[in-house]
Design a binder for this molecule. Structure first.
Ligand code: GLY
Length: 376
């Protein structure tokens, strides 16, 4: 276990973002090359043992760095390495985590560490939320997308044949350590997926962040970590404000679903191989905003502005109408559905989103209309 002295010294060099949720509050460290912050975050939890969850790709790229951060703690640890990819975001993977923890005889003071992208974070978080009726976990996001979105706010779960993330829970982590050093080995296509989620939160909640993204788009698309650092921090702060207001998505948190209704449908329809999550979200954002513009709910110049930004960030923005049409049945099974309507984020102005009920068929017709077709 790290000494009290080393914990105090490191704490003095931290500048964490706090997620203020009463007795579920926690700190998010955003740093670059600070394995000691992970060591200290785990030490503060004083766990009886650790269930360390990662995937094969992350282990290969970052395993040595995690070993350096965790070995000094001297806490008994069970390591589980999952196969990578959205297709593994299944009950079978959750079972593997339950089996490993129970096989190791963990008690309720075990700490689950989720070291990876959104899939690892959601699976390990769900396993933690159910194991022994709920144990603590720490999120260690290694992709940009997980840093700015999935590791923050306590959504956990896995996919079902009928759609993405249909089974899950809200279970807040005890800490998040977002170390940009992990991005060094992240493929640029994955990095740009994180930029899509940053653009999303900017569009619905932070007009200043939208301007920063436009100013630095070229450096960001190239993965320049100096340009990324302040943007990552600001995107997390914007998300934290929303989560603090609406932890369980009864209202404004649904703003963070911009692009995800059409995006999830595209992912499932493409069998999780055609589009990465952030690419599907970029396509979904443009499609949903175009549909809302056709309904007179979103200013058309803003749709063009967001579409141009996403393209400059290296993301896809245009979809053949036939693909929207083919993916449409999955929109109807989206978990954000409320009867025959969707609770849809509507962008009224830059950084200004509202959530409203839009009948599914009205959106479908508007999407067709916005592309000059009868319907998608
Ligand atoms: N990823 C959207 C949310 O956390 O609410």
């Amino acid at each position: 276990m790290a000494t009290h002295q080393s914990t105090v010294t490191a704490a003095l060099r931290r500048d964490p973002i706090t997620v203020p949720l009463g007795d579920r509050s926690y700190a998010i460290d955003v740093c670059d090359g600070r394995p000691d912050l992970l060591t200290d975050a785990v030490a503060r939890c004083a766990p009886s043992s650790i269930l360390f969850v990662t995937d094969r790709n992350v282990k290969r790229a970052r395993g040595a760095a995690f070993e350096r951060a965790l070995a000094p703690l001297g806490v008994r640890r069970t390591n589980v390495t999952l196969l990578p990819g959205e297709r593994r975001k299944s009950l079978a993977s959750v079972s593997k985590l339950w089996d490993a923890a129970l096989g190791a005889g963990v008690d309720r003071d075990v700490l689950v560490i989720a070291a990876g992208g959104g899939v690892v974070g959601d699976l390990a978080g769900f396993a933690a939320s159910t194991l022994l009726r709920g144990v603590r976990f720490v999120q260690v996001p290694t992709t940009l997308l997980a840093m700015v979105d999935s590791s923050v706010g306590g959504k956990t779960g896995f996919d079902h044949a009928r759609g993405k993330n249909l089974i899950g829970s809200f279970h807040q982590p005890s800490a998040v350590v977002a170390d940009l050093a992990h991005l060094e080995t992240l493929p640029v296509r994955e990095l740009r997926c994180g930029l899509a989620e940053i653009a999303k939160v900017a569009v619905v909640a932070d007009a200043g962040l939208l301007e920063l993204l436009e100013r630095d788009a070229a450096a960001l698309a190239a993965g320049d970590r100096r340009a990324l650092a302040p943007i990552v921090r600001r995107a997390i702060e914007a998300k934290v404000r929303i989560v603090a207001e609406d932890e369980r998505e009864a209202g404004p948190r649904a703003l963070l679903n911009l692009g995800h209704t059409v995006g999830h449908a595209l992912e499932v329809h493409g069998a999780f191989t055609r589009w990465l999550h952030g690419e599907a979200v970029a396509l979904g954002m443009v499609a949903e905003m175009e549909g809302c513009a056709a309904l007179g709910l979103t200013p058309p110049p803003l749709v063009r502005r967001v579409s141009d930004l996403l393209a400059r960030l290296g993301l896809p923005t245009r979809l053949p109408v036939a693909e929207v049409s083919a993916a449409w049945p999955y929109v109807a099974s989206d978990k954000k559905r409320d009867g025959a309507a969707l609770r849809l984020p509507i962008v009224r102005g830059e950084g200004r989103g509202v959530v409203e009920r839009v009948p599914i068929e009205v959106l479908r017709d508007a999407l067709g209309a916005s592309r000059g077709a009868a319907s998608p």
